[in-house]
Structure formats: structure tokens, C-alpha cells
Write a protein that binds this ligand. Structure first.
Ligand SMILES: O=P(O)(O)OC[C@H]1O[C@H](OP(=O)(O)OP(=O)(O)O)[C@H](O)[C@@H]1O
Ligand SMILES: O=c1cc[nH]c(=O)[nH]1
Ligand SMILES: [Mg+2]
Length: 211
């Protein structure tokens, strides 16, 4: 598994505002989109391309185009939906599929409540969006779902990760082509499975509700 933790002052600055409990939902949503666009730059480094011949106003030259099948972006509802616009800004021709997942806050076990993905993911590069990688249960379940359907590689883009969840996913996906791009790797999980220092419940903060 490849792990990339962002190291850029703009990303740290935006995450600092996001973490602040007094940051209101509209600002939280705007910052999430900006952060995803910055992280997507790294996450798409391995996107498959092929050479194309083009004619500029001056000459002919060889360039690169994104290959078929198009990359598939999969936001994990609810909170991952807040990352979709930031990602499609950078990869506007990607397809989008949806997975709705919720973590039981007592057992910390994830369950799938909605799924709208192409039936066949053979040969697909998939980009999973979820702001929080805490125990890793939700992300692992999403990754397994995509591989079971034929995906060739999965890249997850998360704003914050916990070391416990990252280690669990690394062990469970051994031998698979998995990349995780994080805005920051935080210290630990607390006794309720929340990331510390973290930012609280990403879905609630994005949408101003307590679900
Ligand atoms: O790594 P884990 O321990 O599985 O926790 C992370 C999950 O928890 C949050 O979703 P949540 O279940 O709160 O659903 P929501 O997006 O609807 O708020 C988050 O967006 C992840 O999907
Ligand atoms: O810290 C956490 C952990 C899980 N889900 C969240 O939204 N935040
Ligand atoms: Mg939530």
C-alpha cells in the first residue's frame, strides 16, 4: 500500500481552519472542496494515460490523454459527498458512482445503505472520497466492494487519518494496489473511535446537522 501524507503549508492552513470547532458549515464546505482539489493533484499522479498526436497552431506534437475506461470517482455518503466537487474540478471527465455507508457509533461497524455503481468495474481506476479514515472500517469495506467488482486499483483521498485505521487497512489489503492520500495523519483515536485532534463528525460539520 502506498501512503502519501500532504506536506504543504496551504493544506495545513486550510486543515487548521477546518479543525476549529467555531468554523461554520458554509466555510467548512468551501474549505473541503479546496483541500480536495489540492489532494487530488497528488492522488491522480498515477492516472492512466496514452499518447495522442495533436496539431498546435505552430506544429504537430505528441501529448497525453486520459485513457478509457474513464476513472471512477466514488464518494462515500454522506461526508464524502462534500468532496465530490473538488475532485471533479480536477478530473471533469471521470464517471461518478455512489456508496452510502454509516458507522454504528456503538460498535463502530460500518454498513452499506445505498449503492449506485457501474456493474462491471473491470480494468477501472477508482478514487474513493471520504474525509475521515478513523478505525478504517468504512474505507476498507468500500475498497473491498470495488475490488470484488473488478477494480484494478483504488486510491482513497481522505482529509484526516488515524494511525490505527491506516495500519488496519494496510494489513487487510496486502498484495492489492491501494494508495491512500491524506491531508494529515493525526495522533490517535479516542475511546469513541473519533480522530484526535481531528475535526469532529465530518458529515455533521459539512451539513450542519447531527445525524
Ligand atoms: O474509519 P471509520 O471508523 O469507519 O469511520 C469513518 C467513517 O465515519 C464517517 O461517516 P459516518 O458513519 O459518520 O457517516 P456520515 O458521513 O453520514 O456522517 C466518515 O465519513 C467515514 O465514512
Ligand atoms: O473523527 C471522526 C471519526 C469518524 N467519523 C467522523 O466523522 N469523524
Ligand atoms: Mg458522520
Amino acid at each position: 500500500m502506498r501512503v502519501h501524507v500532504a506536506d504543504h503549508p496551504l493544506i495545513t492552513h486550510k486543515l487548521t481552519v477546518l479543525r476549529d470547532a467555531s468554523t461554520p458549515s458554509p466555510t467548512f464546505r468551501a474549505l473541503t472542496a479546496e483541500l480536495v482539489t489540492l489532494l487530488a493533484y497528488e492522488a491522480t499522479r498515477g492516472v492512466r494515460t496514452h499518447e495522442v498526436q495533436i496539431t498546435t497552431p505552430v506544429t504537430t506534437t505528441t501529448g497525453l490523454a486520459i485513457s478509457e475506461p474513464r476513472p471512477l470517482i466514488v464518494p462515500i455518503l454522506r461526508a464524502g459527498l462534500g468532496m465530490l466537487d473538488g475532485m471533479t474540478t480536477l478530473v471533469p471527465t471521470a464517471e461518478v458512482g455512489f456508496l452510502g455507508m454509516v458507522r454504528n457509533e456503538e460498535t463502530l461497524e460500518p454498513s452499506v445503505y445505498a449503492e449506485r455503481l457501474p456493474d462491471d468495474l473491470a480494468n477501472r481506476q477508482c478514487f474513493v472520497l471520504d474525509p475521515m479514515l478513523a478505525t478504517g472500517g468504512s474505507l476498507l469495506s468500500a475498497i473491498e466492494y470495488l475490488f470484488d467488482r473488478g477494480a484494478v486499483d483504488v486510491t482513497a483521498v481522505c482529509l484526516l487519518g488515524a494511525p490505527e485505521g491506516l495500519a488496519m487497512i494496510e494489513k487487510a489489503t496486502d498484495g492489492r494496489d491501494v494508495t491512500i492520500v491524506l491531508g494529515a495523519l493525526d495522533e490517535r483515536l479516542n475511546e469513541h473511535g473519533y480522530i484526535v485532534p481531528g475535526l469532529g463528525d465530518a458529515g455533521d460539520r459539512l451539513y450542519g446537522t447531527v445525524a
